[in-house]
Design a protein. Structure first.
Length: 161
């Protein structure tokens, strides 16, 4: 996966932050307006969106004479793919994973443990016993663990005061 340049990242941030996955997308003008602090020409934003479409980062649909754009995948999916690509750079994926695991915070480790546990549970389910939406179940369990960890962190902060 290609890493994004600064302007490409800013455009993707607009799409990720302002365009729900269920929407029809946004026009070049709407993206340019959302990037108002950058004072970019309309054609510059159009070129960036065209290049992002060519890279498969955005989807576009014709609406009259204009295009409507939306992110092809979530920010989380993009970041996860970057992490997987980074693991492929080195010689030992295991060593890189261990190093990464040792660098995360306690809360992040809790989230990873919950995700791995949920994934292991899904892998051991028989096809007939699997949840209707395995990804949703995994997301719910990970979010639940993250919520618990967050509450624990807030309780720790309150205790320190």
């Amino acid at each position: 996966m290609t890493r994004l340049g600064d302007l490409e990242r800013a455009v993707m941030d607009v799409l990720w932050d302002t365009v729900p996955a269920t929407s029809d997308g946004v026009t070049v003008r709407e993206v340019a307006e959302a990037l108002d602090g950058r004072e970019l020409a309309y054609t510059t934003v159009m070129t960036v969106l065209d290049r992002l479409a060519g890279k498969g980062m955005v989807q576009r649909e014709r609406e009259g004479r204009a295009w409507r754009y939306r992110a092809a995948a979530s920010r989380e999916a993009y970041i996860a793919q970057l992490m997987l690509d980074a693991l492929d750079l080195g010689g030992s994926r295991d060593a890189a994973l261990v190093r990464f695991a040792r660098s995360v915070t306690g809360t992040e480790a809790d989230v990873l443990r919950a995700a791995l546990s949920a994934q292991a549970g899904l892998a051991s389910d028989t096809p007939g016993q699997a949840a209707e939406s395995p990804d949703r179940g995994l997301t719910d369990r990970v979010e639940s663990s993250a919520d618990r960890a967050s509450r624990a962190g807030l309780a720790d902060e309150a205790a320190e005061r």
